[in-house]
Design a protein around this ligand. Sequence first.
Ligand SMILES: [Zn+2]
Length: 174
Amino acid sequence: MRTSRRRIFSGFEEMRQFIKDNSCPEPYSGCWFWMKSVNPQGYGSTSHHGWLVKAHRFSFEAFNERELGSLLACHKCDNPSCVNPGHLFAGTVSDNTRDMILKFRRPRNLVTVGEIKPRKQQSRASTVTEPDVISIRKRYSEGKVYMRELAAEYGVTKKCIHAIVRRITWKHLP
Ligand SMILES: [Zn+2]
């Protein structure tokens, strides 16, 4: 029998923490990039105690504290691997299609965020800026510092530093 997520995670707070621990915010887009595996369509997922976590869907449920059921978690941004709950909305299959059509007509950076106001989102302030990213990459490439030291210095997770150094996030920067 499939284990229910309720038995794996003690509650929504723990689910939210799981999302935060496995994603990295990028202030440039506001997206939280999923740090674990990404399927061929670009959607984040991971296996957690034998249970498949569909990252963006899981994030929506964790931050909105409700089950999606037959609805989809749709992206307002163009990044399927994004798990920022503020970039997600619950929609039907036709909403999703309509949204995709609208996005093609709309300039990329004008995607608005607002229908969903997750309670905990504000607590996640990223402390990494564009100059920081350049500096982090330079210092790490020079071999003078460990990822964990950079993580402590910038107040982000080691995974986040790893993603910056390996150019998983902030791809537009040198
Ligand atoms: Zn996003």
